[in-house]
Design a protein around this ligand. Structure first.
Ligand code: HEM
Length: 340
């Protein structure tokens, strides 16, 4: 336990790698069992509501502390945006769940942390519908996965001995009426130059946190398809500086950073124009994409144990998934695979 914490600083525990290895092992075995004889989907966030074309625009006139890395120049990037449910099976959307958004920008020059050997011009952001993650670190997350795989008694014991995980999980499983009206959070911190920040994506048009009456199994996709027939959807992308290393820890994404202490500051917009996205070609395209928070410029390096684990876990499991499906893992361009 650290007695004194500094701002913008990571504190990796000595045994972290053993829990990362265990996670990769456990999840690989689980995916092998879940998808025996079938096309393999992502272990987390397998159900996609849509892979949507968008545009990510950096705001002009940002203050010097925000004008860093990607946000250094006011310009627009084409983006692919994948909306998903977290649940590891394709359950009906009315089941309370964490919802995800993954954004891939195209045309971002400069080496990315993930792909130094194989340079790409893509840059990813990965976010969820809650402001805090379920666990504080990799050890606690590995325990949760072992509990989930191990059956009722093991899971029950895990929750009894990890009450905060139970509380965080319970409060993050919610209903929404449209993925385009959800507020999303990075949960984990990132560098912005030399300082630590968290990200949020705020819909201009906020929706209700409830399911409609008599919802269809895929009502989130249906709501988005209806919406994008008639309007352009807009989000603000904002960053929140870490200003207190105790109340806003780097090594515990299970704690929300209080906006009263440090407000979110807008740096970009995400515009989603009217479009038809619900086609087999676009769905296959979205399924074959892989997102990774480490596919980013070094100025935006992910911070904290959960992200140190994700660097290895996402890469290992995305490679495993593509190999099993005999599909090639390639970074896309802005060209629409199904223009209409
Ligand atoms: C140690 C902790 C975590 C593990 C082991 C984990 C595991 C995974 C895995 C295996 C995938 C699928 C990767 C692929 O096959 O392409 C995934 C996707 C995803 N994860 Fe995590 N995750 C963790 C933490 C987080 C956190 C903190 C967030 C919060 C932002 C998050 C949000 C997402 C989202 C939104 C996706 C879907 C990305 C897409 O659309 O492809 N995960 N995660």
């Amino acid at each position: 336990m650290n007695t004194s914490l500094e701002l913008n600083t990571e504190y990796p525990p000595p045994n972290e790698q053993a829990f990362i290895d265990s996670l990769i092992n456990e999840l690989r075995k689980k995916m092998e069992a879940d998808y025996a004889g079938k096309r393999m989907l992502r272990d987390a966030h397998p159900k996609m509501h849509g892979c949507i074309r968008g545009e990510f625009s950096i705001l002009p006139n940002l203050t010097a502390d925000l004008r860093v890395g990607l946000f250094g120049e006011s310009r627009s990037y084409p983006a692919w945006v994948r909306f998903s449910n977290q649940n590891n099976s394709a359950a009906p959307d009315k089941k309370p769940d964490i919802r995800g958004v993954a954004i891939k920008l195209m045309g971002v020059t400069g080496n990315k942390l993930l792909t130094q050997a194989n340079p790409s011009t893509t840059h990813d952001f990965v976010m969820i519908s809650d402001s805090r993650f379920v666990t504080k670190d990799v050890e606690e997350f590995d325990g949760l996965i072992r509990g989930l795989i191990g059956g009722f008694l093991k899971l029950g014991w895990y929750f009894l001995t990890h009450l905060r995980v139970l509380r965080n999980l319970w409060s993050s499983l919610r209903n929404f009426n449209n993925p385009l009206t959800i507020r999303y959070f990075s949960v984990a911190p990132y560098l912005l130059g030399k300082r630590a920040v968290k990200y949020t994506l705020i819909p201009r048009d906020a929706g209700r946190t409830s399911a409609p009456r008599n919802p269809s199994d895929n009502y989130l996709k249906d709501a988005m398809a209806e919406d994008l027939k008639r309007r352009t959807a807009m989000f603000d992308f904002a960053v929140q500086f870490q200003t207190d290393p105790y109340k806003m820890p780097i090594e515990d994404p299970g704690i929300t950073w209080d906006e009263a202490i440090s407000p979110f500051l807008p740096v970009a917009t995400l515009t989603i124009p009217c479009q038809i996205f619900d086609t087999p070609t676009r769905s296959e395209f979205g399924d074959n994409l892989s997102f990774n928070p480490w596919r980013c410029l070094p100025e935006h390096r992910p911070l904290g144990g959960i992200s140190r684990a994700r660097r290895q876990v996402y890469k290992a499991l995305a490679t495993f998934r593509h190999k099993r499906n005999h599909s090639q893992r390639v970074e896309p361009g802005a060209d629409d695979p199904d223009p209409r």
